[in-house]
Design a protein around this ligand. Structure first.
Ligand code: HEM
Ligand code: HEM
Length: 228
């Protein structure tokens, strides 16, 4: 009964928070004049979509990395059922992968540079800032490996799957550098703050999670020795 009540409260809080975010976004978009330009008239539509999908993919990847850490460090185990936590983590991960793919493919529709599929998916070969863009391509492949390793978990075994999952930190690091150095918004304070805060949070949580794992191992080590 109590649980139902707290779930209802949580639903209400999430609903109100979502409405506030939507309202703030609408006001912000109206103020920036987004609605006064019809999309068809926008000659740089593909480029705007490349940039916006890149930023959304980044936010999703950040969410997935942070939530993965929440799961591993057991921060959420008392208030978020395992199935919910896992569904959220894997859904956000798949969305990040799909948005990352769309972000890359949209470059083929932008007239400014002529991108081929090879330029997009072979790291460091494209016509524009190949080093910084190549980091995004590398990160993309790492995300593919981490995401696809789950359906292949039975075949890989838990140990290999878990080790492969640590690649996610490299993917997040590379994408952070990519966002800062490849994009037009790299000098934008908002994007810098977003990436800076994301990296800081991930490093902080990783530190806490590693500390907890050491503590747990230290606590179980004497018991193991006594048993043996
Ligand atoms: C369908 C895709 C995915 C599934 C099903 C999945 C599943 C999981 C699970 C079960 C854990 C908890 C592991 C444990 O401690 O026992 C975890 C942790 C984690 N996940 Fe994922 N994951 C997926 C994709 C991703 C992606 C794409 C990223 C980010 C690039 C990511 C980042 C993380 C991180 C950072 C952790 C914490 C790792 C640690 O330090 O222990 N995951 N994930
Ligand atoms: C095949 C992989 C990828 C390619 C070829 C690629 C290419 C590019 C290019 C050319 C830009 C510069 C756009 C501009 O501002 O003119 C860019 C920016 C960006 N990309 Fe990627 N990218 C890839 C993967 C990713 C992934 C996986 C993410 C996130 C998960 C991502 C996030 C971003 C972000 C946040 C920006 C900055 C947006 C801006 O400043 O306008 N990219 N990418």
């Amino acid at each position: 009964m109590n649980k139902d009540k707290s779930t209802a409260h949580l639903d209400l809080i999430i609903l109100i928070a979502s409405l506030i975010v939507i309202a703030v976004s609408v006001v912000w978009m109206v103020n920036t004049g987004v609605f006064s330009v019809t999309l068809i008239e926008d000659t740089k539509l593909a480029w705007h979509l490349v940039r916006s999908s890149g930023i959304v993919a980044y936010v999703l990847l950040m969410g997935s990395t942070l939530w993965g850490l929440f799961i591993s460090a057991q921060f959420v185990k008392d208030w978020s059922p395992g199935v919910v936590s896992m569904t959220l983590h894997s859904t956000i991960s798949w969305l990040a992968l799909v948005l990352g793919l769309i972000h890359a493919l949209l470059l083929m529709f932008d007239g400014y540079f002529a991108y081929t599929l090879g330029d997009l998916f072979i790291p460091f070969t494209g016509p524009y800032r190949p080093e910084a863009v190549g980091l995004g391509t590398l990160a993309f492949w790492l995300i593919v490996v981490v995401t696809l390793s789950f359906p292949l978990k039975k075949w890989l075994g838990h140990f290999v799957w878990k080790k492969l999952h640590f690649v996610s930190y490299a993917a997040f690091g590379l994408v952070s550098l990519h966002g800062l150095f490849a994009g037009t918004e790299g000098t934008n304070l908002g994007l810098r703050l977003l990436i800076g805060m994301g990296v800081l949070l991930v490093v902080l949580l990783l530190g806490i999670r590693t500390g907890r794992t050491h503590e747990k191992n230290a606590r179980s080590a004497p018991r193991k020795r006594v048993q043996s």
